[in-house]
Design a protein around this ligand. Structure first.
Ligand code: CTP
Ligand code: MG
Length: 181
């Protein structure tokens, strides 16, 4: 595959992991997952991780994979690149893994003394990718191996921080997010 095709596959295959965190920003609020509980004097996760944000974000990712599966033949044809369709296990693992990665990062942030909203460079940009990929590798190993070749994984690791910084600065400027990260 040439570079453009590799980037196209990386972006398409990761879209179900990119969308949930952004939807959570729009849908978040209400009861925090940790219920306000603390551990060693600090919140377990904090008010930034809510049931509603997590649930709606995951559902949005699942719905998106259904849409992408419908669009896949036409999109592959139009781009001249064989884009992957998502098997059921990946449909759930990519969005759920993305949300879980973000939650684990909040856990780590609180344990390392970072307040809600504090930046944690690299962890903020890659937490959701790493957990989404690991969960998908476990849930749909054959599909994962076919889709996430070494070059696609490298493209994901380079592309994601760029997209993450771009979308978060955009959401901040639109007033949707309190911090630009
Ligand atoms: N959000 C949510 N549930 C999630 C993830 C995000 O409700 N599982 C919403 C919250 O309203 C959160 C906003 O999206 O404040 C921004 O998400 P994020 O930057 O991940 O959270 P922070 O508020 O920065 O908290 P943390 O420091 O714990 O990451
Ligand atoms: Mg944040």
């Amino acid at each position: 595959m040439d570079l453009a095709a590799t980037v196209a596959v990386a972006f398409w295959a990761m879209l179900p992991a990119y969308v949930p965190n952004n939807v959570a920003v729009l849908a978040g609020g209400g009861r925090p997952i940790d219920g306000g509980r603390t551990w060693n004097g600090r919140r377990v996760l904090g008010d930034g991780k809510t049931w509603r944000g997590t649930f709606v974000g995951t559902l949005a990712g699942v719905a998106l994979t259904a849409a992408l599966n419908t669009l896949e033949p036409a999109a592959s044809e139009a781009l001249g690149v064989p884009l992957p369709a998502f098997p059921l296990a990946a449909t759930v693992a990519l969005p759920a893994g993305a949300m879980l990665g973000d939650i684990l990062a909040s856990f780590l942030k609180r344990r390392t003394g970072r307040e809600r909203g504090a930046a944690f460079p690299l962890v903020d940009q890659l937490d959701f990718v790493v957990v989404a990929l690991v969960l998908t590798a476990l849930a749909a190993p054959a599909w994962f191996g076919d889709t996430f070749t070494l070059e696609v994984v490298v493209a994901v690791l380079v592309l994601t921080p760029v997209l993450h910084v771009g979308t978060n600065v955009g959401a901040y400027q639109l007033g949707l997010k309190d911090e630009p990260w």
